[in-house]
Design a protein around this ligand. Structure first.
Ligand SMILES: Cc1cc2nc3c(=O)[nH]c(=O)nc-3n(C[C@H](O)[C@H](O)[C@H](O)COP(=O)(O)O)c2cc1C
Length: 145
């Protein structure tokens, strides 16, 4: 069968990364993506940091370890996306995820360089109507580009 046949084409591979990586570690991610020939990055997963939380340390300790999602991860996820886009220009694919819970947050991720966004925790808190609000905002954003 010929190489260009759609059924033989390899599926795109994206690397999903933590928001806890330092910028130096992000530089390593950029090198690995470029050298390996994968298509892009999903930024980001949940965080092990508790810095964005205002709860007393005793309460945090009682809850224990684990990945934190939602609003506390938004700022760093956005920053990671922006950092990666500056080093992985299109056609590398970047999917923005982490704390997107409004149309504004989704647009902010596009502005940072995302090709697509993923919504997880925001969907739980806001419900499926969030997706409609994001899609409408994307249409307006694109029309004004
Ligand atoms: C309960 C839970 C389960 C998750 N499971 C996965 C998983 O199996 N694979 C994965 O790549 N990310 C997983 N994630 C990470 C999410 O896909 C997402 O990257 C992260 O939660 C940040 O986005 P958010 O703030 O919109 O939730 C999980 C997150 C949560 C909260």
């Amino acid at each position: 069968m010929h190489e260009s046949n759609a059924s033989t084409r390899r599926p795109p591979i994206l690397l999903k990364i933590a928001p806890d990586l330092t910028n130096e570690q992000l530089d390593d991610v950029v090198s690995v993506v470029k050298e390996s020939g994968i298509q892009g990055v999903v930024a980001t997963n949940t965080t092990i940091s508790r810095e964005a939380l205002k709860m007393p340390k005793s309460e945090l300790d009682a809850i224990g370890a684990g990945g934190l999602s939602g609003a506390p991860v938004r700022a760093r996820s956005n920053e990671v996306l922006r950092y990666l886009r500056a080093r992985l220009p299109r056609p590398f694919v970047l999917i923005g995820v982490g704390g997107i819970d409004s149309a504004e947050a989704a647009i902010e991720r596009l502005e940072a360089g995302a090709d697509l966004v993923q919504v997880y925790t925001g969907l739980i808190y806001e419900g499926p109507a969030l997706l409609k609000r994001i899609n409408e905002a994307f249409v307006t954003w694109k029309a004004n580009k």
